[in-house]
Design a protein around this ligand. Structure first.
Ligand SMILES: [Zn+2]
Length: 396
């Protein structure tokens, strides 16, 4: 039976006090330590050729009994939220299971300056997780100020919260269980096809065109800044390596490196926020018109991804982020999302007479039909074809 409830997360930036920062840092540190301990224990099992592996549940028991007894110096593990530690173990368990199923490589250890580590806190009782206009009450941390007023809903009560540190800032993601009331609403506008591309980010069959923001001067400025900070960072690493060979002490140099790393992370976050905001806005506008269905092409076989010269430009556009968000929103609004069959030539087919132009090149920006004489923008032609495409599967 399909549940009528779905989960929705709201993310906001927090303004923790210095005491709260200490608790967060300590908890995140323990979560990272325990995550790595799980991976290390199973790596040793795996290397010794043993077939079995220690499940997250068993690991948790081992940690709280045997490990605790023989490691009295590690008492700080039990000084933070046990729920957060438990979640970190289960995350490691999932990562390891994915490896065993052949989905991913061997799970990496989490490094202090690597990918952000999160701290998960579930609601324990009615009173310990609350949201108000400008502040939120979070288990073990108490009241915290939030930066965006009124964005997170006050009701229903959030189920849990995950706190992440990124580029020196703290973010909370509140998880809610929402009823699917929106999905009952009927279609309000014509169905659309969407052609994704590098020239224009998205061309819609109703004539709307969303340009590629990576070409706008503001975004290019952010890209240049990120590259500059990255260059500075690698230069600093080089210098540090040279010095290491000459002298012994370089404590102060280390802190310079940390500062520069933070600058890289901040520049990266500004850029990715800009791109994601743009995609959020685009998806919101498309979905808000409530078309009966939306057809997009199958990204995995899209000609663009096969073109090596374009692969960087494509990474910048974040089509997968778009696809995921569109899928989620369509499910929420009850809109059918169609994925065109991988052999459907949406770009090469004439949207008026159906003739297929086999020799269309990626550089041909205008589609000229040799059969019926139609002259039309290439991406717009593809969007029209996607709208009328009859060979598709449905997503979500
Ligand atoms: Zn034609």
């Amino acid at each position: 039976m399909k549940s009528t409830l779905n989960h929705k997360a709201y993310k906001v930036e927090l303004k923790p006090t210095s005491e709260q920062i200490q608790i967060i840092e300590r908890t995140i540190g323990v979560c990272r330590y325990v995550y790595n301990l799980f991976i290390a224990a199973n790596r040793d099992n795996y290397r010794s050729g043993s077939q079995g592996y220690m499940l997250g549940y068993d690991f948790s028991k081992w940690l709280n009994n045997e490990y605790r007894k023989s490691n009295s110096d590690k008492s700080w593990i039990w000084e933070v939220s046990s729920k957060a530690v438990k979640k970190s173990i289960m995350n490691a368990d999932t990562a390891y299971k994915n490896f065993l199923k052949g989905r991913t490589g061997f799970p990496n250890f989490k490094r202090r300056n690597g990918r952000p580590v999160s701290m998960y806190l579930p609601r324990n009782n009615a009173g310990d997780l609350k949201i108000e206009r400008h502040r939120a009450k979070i288990p073990t941390l108490g009241w915290l100020r939030i930066k965006e007023y009124g964005y997170v809903p006050y009701t229903p009560q959030a189920l849990s919260v995950t706190i992440t540190k990124r580029a020196g800032r703290y973010f909370a993601s509140f998880l809610f269980e929402m009823s699917n009331a929106k999905s009952i609403s009927a279609a309000q506008s014509e169905s659309v096809g969407i052609d994704l591309g590098v020239k224009s980010f998205a061309v819609i069959s109703d004539g709307r065109n969303y340009p590629n923001i990576n070409k706008s001067s503001k975004t290019r400025k952010l890209i240049r800044r990120l590259k500059r900070e990255q260059r500075k960072f690698s230069r600093k690493i080089q210098k540090l390596k040279q010095r290491k060979e000459e002298t012994a002490s370089k404590k102060c140099k280390r802190s310079n490196l940390d500062k520069q790393r933070l600058k890289v992370q901040q520049a990266y976050m500004r850029l990715s926020n800009k791109r994601h905001d743009y995609i959020n806005k685009t998806v919101h506008e498309i979905v808000n018109a409530r078309p009966e269905y939306i057809t997009i092409e199958d990204l995995s076989v899209s000609g663009m991804l096969k073109n090596r010269h374009l692969s960087r430009a494509i990474a910048e556009c974040e089509f997968y982020y778009f696809r995921e968000l569109l899928e989620r929103k369509c499910r929420e609004y009850g809109i059918q999302l169609r994925i065109a069959n991988r052999f459907y030539a949406s770009s090469k087919t004439c949207s008026r007479c159906g003739h297929e132009k086999k020799d269309l090149k990626l550089s041909d920006r205008v589609y000229e039909c040799t059969e019926c004489g139609l002259v039309i923008d290439r991406d717009y032609n593809a969007a029209l074809n996607l709208r009328s495409c009859k060979k598709f599967c449905t997503a979500g």
